[in-house]
Each structure stands twice: as structure tokens, then as C-alpha cells.
Design a protein around this ligand. Structure first.
Ligand SMILES: C[S@@+](CC[C@H](N)C(=O)[O-])C[C@H]1O[C@@H](n2cnc3c(N)ncnc32)[C@H](O)[C@@H]1O
Length: 307
């Protein structure tokens, strides 16, 4: 079958199934099966490439799965995230483009620390999922000592795969399997020494079930729902963990839903150990992350405040 004909058929089927970006999805699935870039695929379609029966059948089967709203990233087994192609699949949250802005803010902070003479900053990613944030930071700031905490055993397996392909992964990234609410014990003597804490925790309120089938049925429940009132239980647990993990003067940033920006900023401002609370906008201008700094007091004072 001619590639052009096959693509047109795939686009029509995907559009009929209500897929929001039928052409992009058809091209990405065909590119993946044929081992071509999207640019090469477009050229081959124009020049009348004939696709073998086996490849045409494989593409058609994947299109059928996509029509049943299986996420594109599960079908190709990968998700682009900053400079990386992360391996993803069932059991792990698919990284989102807005989280790339959080990584950008982290890199800015790491560069500022470099200017202050901190050459090997220590950073921890709480709820690492596929390892997206931790792997991107390790790839783009190789001097950083990166730690990642994750509770789901399935997600840990995906994160491990994504860390193992980093050039110097053994020296750069340490994965800790456990509950972020217990991260001070999990990280032991490193607690109180981190320069940066970053997190994209589960934050969806229980009564706001996502409308997108791909999210509702394929992202793990543990990755979605924050628990407690307004989905804020885990985000607030991240704030508490950050207070324990950071060194005095250390900085944390957390992604959240736009509606949670106010309550999270208020919560952070109410913590006696936190200062310089700041809300960050994503590329579309929405308030999607909050950062704060652990007060630059002596640890003894901090211990007193905590008592
Ligand atoms: C929204 S996902 C974000 C994943 C990844 N950081 C990203 O940005 O793509 C939240 C992650 O937190 C993990 N998680 C949920 N509860 C946790 C807990 N109590 N301790 C550690 N990780 C947890 C989930 O399994 C999931 O991988």
C-alpha cells in the first residue's frame, strides 16, 4: 500500500474516533513503525513510498489502539521531555510539557548557585515517576548530584531505565524507593543538606476526575489524586518534606494546578521556616508552580522553631 494512502486512511479513522490531533498521531505512529523521522516520512509520502504488508498491518493495528484512546506514548513507548526521549508505558505517569518549565526554573536556580560558588549542588525530585525531572536536570546540569524518590514500584522500574541511559548515571542519580512523606528517613544523613527540592506531586482533587480518557484510564491513580481537601494533602506533604530536606537558604519548587496557586502560596507563607514565596507562570501564563526558600537560620534555631 502507498504510504500517502495509508496515512490518509489513518488520519480519517483517528478523526472519526475524536482524537484531537489525528494527523500528528498518524504521522508519529507511522514514523515509529517505519523507523523514520517525521520529516523523512513526509518526503517518502510525497515520493510514493510503498509500505510492506506487514508494516501496513502494524500501523493499522496501532491506529486501532489509538482510536480506543490508548495514549500515543504508550504505543510508541516513549515521551519527549526537554532534550530526552523518556521510556514510558503502563504504570507510569506520562510527563507533560508544563513540567519542562519547572525544570527550566530549577536550572536557573542551579546556575545561580554556581555563581555563589556551589559547584556540585545537591537536588532531590520527590515523586519522580518516569524520572522526567531528575533525568532532565542530570542531563542538562551534569555537575548536580541528583536524588529521586518514588513510591510506586512500577514507576521506579521505568525511572531506573531512564536513568541508566544517562552517560554518567551511576555518579549522577540515586533512586530511592519509598514514600515522600517519609523522605527525611529515606534520605537519612542527606536530610537538611539539599540545595534544591523539586516536585510535581499528585494534586488533582478527588471530585475532579479528568475528562480525557487517556489520563483517566491510563495514568496511574497514584500519580493523579493529591488526597485531602482540594487535592492538597500530598502537595502540603511535599512542603513539609522540603522543610526537612533543605539546608538553610535552600530552595524548593513544586508544580500544582492553577486553582491551587493561592492556597499553596498561603500555606507556604504561613510556615515560619519558609520565606521568599513566589508563584511561577507556565508558558501559557497560568500560575502552575510555587517556590520558596528555607530561612537562613542556624540549624539549631531551626530545630528550636520545629520543637
Ligand atoms: C504527577 S506524577 C509526576 C511524575 C514526574 N515527576 C513527572 O513530572 O512526570 C506524581 C508521581 O508521584 C508519585 N507518588 C504519589 N504518591 C507518592 C508518595 N507518597 N511518595 C512518593 N511518590 C509518590 C506517583 O507515583 C507519581 O509517579
Amino acid at each position: 500500500m502507498e504510504l500517502d494512502h495509508l496515512l490518509r486512511d489513518a488520519v480519517r479513522r483517528l478523526a472519526d474516533a475524536g482524537i484531537p490531533s489525528p494527523r500528528a498521531d498518524a504521522e508519529l505512529l507511522a514514523s515509529w513503525v517505519l523507523g523514520l523521522s517525521r520529516g523523512e516520512l513526509a518526503l517518502k509520502a510525497l515520493t510514493g513510498l510503498e509500505v510492506s504488508g506487514a508494516d501496513a498491518e502494524r500501523i493499522s493495528d496501532l491506529v486501532a489502539e489509538r482510536c480506543r484512546r490508548v495514549p500515543l506514548q504508550h504505543l510508541t513507548g516513549s515521551a519527549p521531555f526537554r532534550s530526552l526521549e523518556l521510556r514510558v508505558g503502563p504504570g507510569v505517569f506520562i510527563p507533560r510539557p508544563e513540567t519542562e518549565s519547572v525544570v527550566e526554573a530549577v536550572l536557573g536556580q542551579l546556575r545561580r548557585l554556581g555563581e555563589e560558588g556551589i559547584r556540585r549542588p545537591r537536588i532531590v525530585d520527590l515523586g519522580t515517576g518516569s524520572g522526567a525531572i531528575a533525568a532532565a536536570v542530570a542531563a542538562e546540569f551534569p555537575a548536580a548530584e541528583v536524588h529521586a524518590v518514588e513510591l510506586s514500584a512500577e514507576a521506579v522500574a521505568w525511572a531506573r531505565m531512564n536513568f541508566e541511559v544517562l552517560p554518567d548515571h551511576a555518579a549522577q542519580v540515586t533512586l530511592h524507593h519509598g514514600d515522600l512523606r517519609r523522605s527525611p528517613e529515606l534520605l537519612g544523613e542527606l536530610s537538611g543538606t539539599f540545595d534544591v527540592v523539586v516536585s510535581n506531586p499528585p494534586y488533582i482533587p478527588a471530585d475532579m476526575v479528568p475528562t480525557e480518557v487517556e489520563v483517566r484510564e491510563h495514568d496511574p491513580q497514584m500519580a493523579l489524586y493529591g488526597g485531602g481537601e482540594g487535592g492538597l494533602e500530598l502537595p502540603f506533604a511535599v512542603v513539609a518534606a522540603a522543610e526537612e530536606l533543605l539546608r538553610p537558604g535552600g530552595w524548593f519548587i513544586m508544580e500544582h494546578a492553577e486553582l491551587q496557586a493561592g492556597p499553596i502560596a498561603e500555606h507556604c507563607a504561613a510556615q515560619p521556616l519558609l520565606e521568599s514565596v513566589h508563584t511561577h507562570r507556565d508558558l501559557t501564563g497560568r500560575d502552575r508552580a510555587t517556590s520558596a526558600v528555607l530561612a537562613r537560620a542556624q540549624r539549631g534555631d531551626v530545630a528550636k522553631w520545629r520543637a
